[in-house]
Design a protein around this ligand. Sequence first.
Ligand code: SF4
Ligand code: SF4
Length: 107
Amino acid sequence: MTVRIDKDRCHGCGWTKEALCERICPGNLLFKGEDGKAALRDSRDCWDCAACIKECPRQALKMSLPVQIGGRGSTLTAMKKGHKIVWILTKADGSKELFEIKNEGAV
Ligand code: SF4
Ligand code: SF4
């Protein structure tokens, strides 16, 4: 698993110098590239904590899931909804499953 960046969805968090994903990554792996959009320094250093996925307001970051978890070609994105996080599992055929949980880190 590692994080993938959908450059079409990423708007670079244009209102702030430091993107939200850049700010939250505990490994300092994400940064704004020359195109003004998110980039990942080295996917081998990503430990799949998913903090950046929860933080992205555009669902531009996604994680490919192992076959055993989501089926072949499935991905995971997330959306903040108040004090909840909606995890969105998208399968290879485009169908989606949503899981809503409390966002423990919300203030
Ligand atoms: S938080 Fe999302 S929209 Fe903002 S720079 Fe990162 S990937 Fe792009
Ligand atoms: S999943 Fe975690 S370690 Fe990997 S890029 Fe996102 S915030 Fe950083």
